[in-house]
Design a protein around this ligand. Structure first.
Ligand code: RUG
Length: 810
């Protein structure tokens, strides 16, 4: 790996680069220009390794994995890449001489708008780990011009503004015009006899979209590996436009151009409308087809092996069902372009593809309407229809007369295509993302498939990059750990467990407390600057940051805060442990209850923060526009990690792991990866409450829960519910939430778990009162968090699913 020898060389190269890029004096550079200059300098450092990495994979013919994900929530890359190439100190010193502070330059990079939540961030951690472990693995996705949205809070409500994250350019990407491929949409497809007893597919009158890749280097940490994140952008094909124009149809030409440009314009086009859903399906096929075509082309060019050996050298992972069309797309290429039989194409496809499920929420399991799908992707539809026919024939043969079985495992049913079913059938491996989630998949969501293919199913508990979430986000904690147990944990995060020896070490705990306080002070300054609110750094920082959703139960948290407020107002002399409650997260623009939850939090926040009789003991804030960068500020400052989803609903969660790694104490339900966190650290080091997943399931199946009964029998709950609709809370009305709690029988058991949650909150306050025990728990959390490094997760995927070996170039 090339490096800068010292800060003098950095300064010289920086000056040269800046002149060339911006044509101005150094003093005139904006912070964004400074950041971009360094980014281009890092690109220069790694460009040789990037080429060599690819050359060596091809020359050694190593197996490679392609991780297909509709999102990669990367976060900023400047700091992480400086750390990866080990040039952060030289850069910091050089910049200082030139008159800049690296800490001021880092925030000038905008978070890329390439993802929205846990699934996308997981994908980003995974490609970071692949490179760090020198594993041949790349990402494949879409280069969205606009991200989800920028969230502003106006009059207590979420307002969505366009996230034009590319407006100043993105120095990490390289456009590869020569690597473009073409993707087909629409037209007619049918089978016709070839004359020699076979059938061939005719696909005609389709329109073509040009897919142009933009490659981002994924730089391994202190090694020479540079993998690739390939992002596809849709461009119209000139030939297609000329064709329409030459036929005299200008309107069709314009419509074509416009519809193509839409494909990679927005992350998550609104899927509450038919047009939105159609666009989303176009996006999915677009990046899948482009990715698969380029993999097959590369395989044929560089590996020069028979297409029958494809699965020996290529693994394709589908991150949830959004890229599930990989399966019929591989079939199409193998049969229509490579001339393989159905049987051979299917065998190779299944051996190539592996699938991770990330949700059991029925509304989040993807289904496509058949008429829409057929119209947009007629050839792919024919293939899916054939997969379904062959599969149902087999099922009926295996289970004669059992039509329920056939219905439960069909891909085409009720006028819809069930993408999870297609994914399980077309993959050799299916995994969930935490133990409890994988068990639920086997026991219920995919039970019928599990009985057919038990050997396909496994669990791979999620993980997070300890490089980003500890080393980069909390450098002082990282140094303290180095000083205590040495720095081997950086490469082998499981060695964080050596900290267990220090859980009763007063001096270590004192230093840990100091690091935490500094991070709380830093956050407090940010909040003062941005929101003009004073928060006490001796209060408990209790943080819930994640997408806003009823099942994640931000409502439970805010109802408890309201309850505390009522208690303090009713008993003016009452004293509680001072608390600062912080929330962050975006609500889907069309999700009414989630947006109302944000409004409720903000109204409660204003009511409490402006009430002098309580605001010394209680503060509540909703931090707008939660993203990776804000997360890097919040996780290190947290005392308490709110992980309070209804048991059985959160597949895994990864925020829980980020808090744990930064020494916060989990306040959570037995859901997702909380179960494994709890098993690793025990009751003394986290606070668990509420219904268990089987109890929740029992209520769903057998009934027996009435939220109205809770309302009638419990005066505290009644008061809270009434407050939502009688103007007590800032004179506002929260009808959707009231309805969901009472008229819709509280689907997520917020009221049912309320008492247990209040007790758990009391337990937190009690434990926080004993500083030494609290810090001990904090040490245990950090010490046991190594298991949740994504390096461990990726090693499991590499060994058990992809059969991939590390590969270094010479
Ligand atoms: O909701 C899940 C999280 O529980 C999980 O931690 C994360 C990564 O595995 O994926 C989230 N998820 C699920 N995001 N989108 C979906 C459904 O497509």
């Amino acid at each position: 790996m090339k490096t800068w020898q010292d800060k003098e060389e950095f300064k010289r190269l920086f000056t040269e680069k800046a002149y060339r890029l911006w044509e101005k004096e150094l003093q005139e550079l904006t912070l964004n220009e400074v950041y971009q200059t360094i980014a281009y300098m890092i690109r220069d450092l790694v460009s040789e390794d990037w080429i060599r990495t690819n050359q060596s994979y091809a020359a050694k013919k190593v197996k490679q994995v392609y991780y297909f994900s509709i999102e990669f929530l990367m976060g900023r890359l400047l700091e992480s890449n400086l750390l990866n190439v080990d040039m952060d100190n030289i850069c910091r010193d050089g910049l200082k001489d030139l008159g800049w502070d690296l800490e001021d330059v880092i925030p000038a990079e905008r978070d890329p708008g390439l993802g929205n939540g846990g699934l996308g961030r997981l994908a980003a951690c995974f490609i970071d780990s692949l490179a760090a472990l020198s594993l041949p693995g790349h990402g494949n996705s879409i280069r969205y011009q606009y991200g989800l949205f920028n969230q502003r809070i106006v009059d207590n409500q979420q307002v969505e503004l366009p996230d034009n994250w590319l407006s100043k350019g993105y120095p990490w990407e390289v456009k590869k015009v020569d690597k473009a491929v073409y993707v087909r949409f629409g037209g007619n497809a049918y089978m016709r006899p070839t004359g020699d007893g076979h059938l061939e597919c005719v696909h005609e009158q389709f329109s073509t979209v040009k897919a142009v890749p933009y490659d981002v280097p994924i730089i391994g940490c202190h090694n020479d590996t540079v993998n690739t994140l390939r992002l596809w952008r849709a461009e119209y094909s000139r030939e297609e436009v000329y064709k329409e124009l030459s036929m005299g149809d200008r309107h069709r030409a314009f419509r074509y151009k416009d519809s193509v440009q839409q494909i990679s314009r927005f992350l998550y086009p609104d899927d509450s409308t038919e047009d939105g859903r159609r666009l989303r399906l176009m996006q999915e096929y677009f990046f899948v087809s482009a990715g698969v075509q380029s993999i097959v082309r590369h395989y044929k060019q560089k590996y020069g092996e028979s297409i029958y050996r494809f699965a020996q050298y290529v693994a394709i992972h589908i991150n949830d069902t959004h890229p599930a069309l990989v399966i019929p797309e591989l079939m199409r290429i193998f049969m229509d372009e490579e001339g393989l039989s159905w049987q051979s194409a299917w065998e190779i496809t299944v051996r190539t593809v592996a699938y991770t499920n990330h949700t059991i929420l029925p509304e989040a399991l993807e289904k496509w309407s058949i008429p829409m799908f057929k119209d947009l992707l007629p050839r792919i539809y024919l293939i899916i229809e054939e997969i379904n026919n062959r599969w149902l024939q087999e099922v009926r043969r295996r289970y004669p007369g059992d039509e329920n079985k056939a219905r439960d495992v069909a891909i085409l049913w009720d006028g819809q295509i069930h993408m999870a079913h297609l994914s399980v059938l077309g993959s050799h491996s299916v995994n969930g993302v935490a133990e409890i989630h994988s068990q639920i998949l086997k026991d219920s969501t995919l039970h019928q498939f599990y009985t057919c293919f038990p050997q396909r199913f496994s669990n791979k508990t999620n993980g997070i990059s300890h490089r980003r979430w500890l080393i980069e986000a909390n450098p002082k904690l990282a140094s303290l750990i180095d000083d205590t147990i040495g720095d081997k944990w950086r490469k082998t995060p499981a060695r964080l467990s050596e900290l267990m020896a220090y859980k009763d070490d007063a001096s270590f705990k004192e230093q840990l407390a100091k690091v935490k306080t500094e991070r709380k002070e830093w956050l407090a300054r940010y909040i003062k600057d941005k929101y003009n609110q004073d928060i006490r750094t001796d209060s408990i920082f209790d943080i819930q940051i994640k997408r806003i959703h009823l099942y994640k139960r931000q409502t439970l948290n805010i109802l408890h805060i309201l309850h505390l407020y009522f208690l303090l107002k009713d008993n003016p002399s009452m004293k509680i442990t001072p608390r600062t409650y912080l929330f962050g997260g975006k609500a889907a623009a069309s999700y009414g209850e989630a947006k109302e939850t944000i409004r409720l939090i903000n109204v409660v926040s204003h009511m409490i923060n402006s009430d002098r009789t309580v605001n010394q003991q209680l503060k509540v804030l909703f931090l707008e526009n939660y993203n990776v960068s804000l997360g890097q500020m919040l996780f290190p400052a947290a005392d308490v990690s709110e992980q309070i989803s209804t048991a059985g609903k959160e597949a895994s969660g990864t925020g829980n792991m980020k808090f744990m790694m930064n020494g916060a104490i989990t306040l959570g339900t037995m859901d997702g990866a909380n179960v494994e966190i709890h098993r690793l650290i025990g009751d003394d080091n986290c606070v668990i409450f509420g219904l268990r997943a089987d109890e929740v399931m029992n209520y769903y199946v057998r009934g027996g829960y009435s939220s109205w009964k809770m309302y009638s029998s419990d005066p505290e709950i009644r008061r809270l519910m009434d407050a939502l609709v009688d103007g007590t809370v800032g004179g506002d009305y929260f009808g959707l939430l009231y309805e969901s709690f009472l008229e819709k029988n509280d689907e997520y058991f917020v009221l049912k778990d309320f008492k247990a949650y209040c007790e758990a909150q009391k337990e937190i306050a009690k434990r926080y009162g004993n500083k030494s025990d609290w810090l001990r728990a904090s040490v245990v959390n950090i010490a046991q968090s190594g298991y949740f490094s994504s390096d461990r997760t990726i090693e499991q995927y590499a060994n058990d699913i992809w059969h991939l070996k590390p590969s270094k170039h010479d």
